[in-house]
Design a protein around this ligand. Sequence first.
Ligand code: RB5
Length: 148
Amino acid sequence: MRIALGSDHAGLKLRQRLVASLAAQGHDVFDCGCPDEQSVDYPDYGAAVGRRVAAGEADRGILVCGTGIGIGMAANKVPGIRAATVYDRFTTQMAREHNDANVLCLGARVLDETHATELADLFLTTAFGGERHARRVDKINQLDGCSA
Ligand code: RB5
């Protein structure tokens, strides 16, 4: 799978671990930064990964900031992106099965690295449930470009 990853400084270490783990599994990984531990603004990286996924250059995105919240908010501003901030196996599974999330957002200050790596694997291997969920996801997609 083609996976774009991005983080701010707070998510740097976890993102680097995810990049290594996903590349070792044979995924095609695009590392969108940030480059080092210097303080940066998380919206820049949420947007970079979101744009890559929305353009069809990556199948999925994974984002990391301190909480997974701000970077997910930024990614969700990109039309076509359904970014989900998750904290455990249940929310990760639901984000795929019910919401067809195409970007996973993780909080490096919330999750330990081993748990976060397991959640990333679950996100990449869980299928969308379709059926009634497809109607609801279509309604989310129709909100792209709405001003309110
Ligand atoms: C950076 O200090 C922090 O605000 C950021 O990583 C993130 O948690 C924002 O949602």
